[in-house]
Design a protein around this ligand. Structure first.
Ligand code: G3P
Length: 484
């Protein structure tokens, strides 16, 4: 399937309910990671256009904050319906733009509609609280604090390339239900999918100015957006380095950052190895490991390591590899540079004595699924996040050693423990420094109403539907002093 370069679309940005070309006269080419050709262009907007977008967002938010939850819900339900109506078109674009299989891209759109609907329902059922004054020593019954959640203002939403629709909506939907306006800056690779998602909002007749789509070069508008005085909250998902940079630039606004990970799959000697292998393979290799929650290292007890490696080898070799258009699990990485990085990690490990069990083959940016055994703490792949289909096996001699290596990571997103001893699993889970621990399951974000938390280099704050609604509001206290 190819796109004729001569008929390429130049997608417009979206500001105050209108689609526009940038005054810059410049566009950014979006190249498909597997078609190896430009599939569209997005506007490279100017700082002045960012100012305008934020101005309109601030204006629109004032009225939106006054609308009832039921009215907000109507627009968002319509948005979810529009996304489902566009599901095939969106899936095609996601597939071409970020190289995700068509089936996974379709699932991403369905998951997004579900996410939006659940967000609406959660927001409709969130309540404030009240406190009596006399619960504190010397306080009086005549004082009552009424605590409500109010919007923050304008939320800057920056999702990553790997879920260009789902992780965008996971920020936009709670922001809107909470009464905020949004400046949505998609990842450049993912900007066409993001534009289409906004098209669905436009069709849902969301009041103008509430969601503004800004596309452009990070070097021109990235820091400018983050430091802008008109932004009241930033919700970012992406790489740890970018997140760190953003946290240094942002001043006095709440941040929710969901960053990288190095999720370990810990396999105890009592684990059901076939079950563990099934979860590890799907956790490590789906979408070529381009998920922050991918299993990125296995810490296996040495007594069962040979057997596990044997099962993993067999399963890895069954994985389908190739174009996302044929539904393959392992697909070309998002760009050549990403593939280079994975290859550097593999070469470093081999140079230091790791054994290649299978894989270590590359065609352009397609890296074949690679299993590395006898990985040690001296190797970069033991600690660094490849965001690609390479899985290092580290052999350990005890639970304590597994926990120690798990915790020595700079990251702290999730971990999996595979064992038949559920009590032991809980004891270990308590000691692992991550936002979540999965017992006998792969690391993953969903279901999307579960809190999703990264600690250490994996982020700050929490997502998950209720948590996102909370993070995009603040508490406002009104104290009623009842006269005698
Ligand atoms: O990489 C983004 C992260 O949110 C992954 O989500 O659903 O693949 O676990 P999921």
């Amino acid at each position: 399937m190819t796109t004729n370069v001569l008929t390429l679309s130049a997608y417009e940005f979206y500001i105050n309910g209108e689609w526009k070309e940038s005054q810059s006269g410049q566009t950014i080419d979006i190249k498909s990671p597997y078609l190896y050709e430009v599939i569209g262009r997005v506007q490279a907007i100017t700082k002045e256009e960012v100012d305008e977008a934020i101005y309109f967002a601030r204006e629109a938010q004032k009225d939106w904050a006054e609308t009832s939850l039921q009215d907000r819900a109507k627009y968002l339900y319509k948005w979810a319906d529009e996304l489902i109506d566009m599901q095939d078109e969106l899936a095609e674009i996601i597939m071409k733009e970020v190289g995700k299989s068509y089936k996974d891209a379709k699932n991403e759109v369905a998951r997004t509609a579900d996410f939006i609907r659940y967000t609406i329902e959660e927001a409709l059922h969130m309540h404030g609280e009240s406190m009596r004054g006399d619960s504190f020593p010397g306080g009086s019954q005549s004082k009552i604090a009424i605590i409500q959640r109010v919007p923050l203002g304008v939320v800057l939403a920056i999702p990553p390339f790997n879920y260009p629709v789902n992780l965008a909506a996971a920020k936009v939907a709670p922001a809107l239900m909470a009464g905020n306006a949004v400046i949505f800056k998609p990842a450049t690779q993912g900007a066409i999918s993001g534009t289409k998602m906004v098209e669905a909002l436009h069709r849902a007749e969301l009041p103008k100015g509430l969601v503004n789509l800004v596309t452009g070069r990070g070097s021109v508008i990235g820091d400018y957006l983050v430091e802008h005085k008109g932004i009241d909250m930033i919700s970012f998902t992406g790489g740890t380095n970018t997140g760190l940079h953003l946290a240094k630039k942002a001043t006095m606004v709440p941040l929710v950052l969901e960053l990288g990970g190095k999720d370990p799959g810990i396999v105890r000697e009592d684990a059901d190895l076939y079950e563990a292998a099934k979860h590890i393979i799907s956790g490590a290799f789906s979408y070529s490991g381009q998920r922050c929650t991918a299993i990125k290292r296995v810490l296996v007890h040495e007594k069962v390591a040979d057997e596990l490696v044997g099962i993993l080898k067999e399963e890895v070799e069954k994985l389908s590899v190739g174009s996302p258009e044929n539904g393959n699990t392992v697909v070309p990485l998002i760009d050549e540079q990403s593939a280079d990085f994975v290859q550097i990690l593999i070469a470093d490990a081999i140079g230091k004595g790791a054994a290649v069990i299978t894989g270590n083959k590359r065609e352009h940016n397609l890296i074949y699924p690679t299993l590395l055994d006898y990985v040690t703490e001296e190797m970069r792949v033991a600690w660094e996040e490849p965001f690609g289909p390479v899985l290092p096996i580290i052999r350990v001699s005890s639970d304590e050693e597994a926990i120690k290596i798990a915790n020595e990571s700079e990251f702290g997103l999730q971990a999996s423990i595979f064992t038949k001893d559920i009590n032991k699993a809980f004891v270990m889970a308590d000691k692992i420094e991550t936002g979540s621990v999965q017992i006998n399951g792969r690391t993953e974000r969903g279901p999307d109403h579960f809190p999703f938390i990264g600690v250490k280099g994996s982020g700050m704050g929490a997502q998950g539907i209720r948590k996102s609604l909370e993070s995009m509001t603040r508490e406002k206290v009104t104290v009623l002093n009842i006269g005698e």
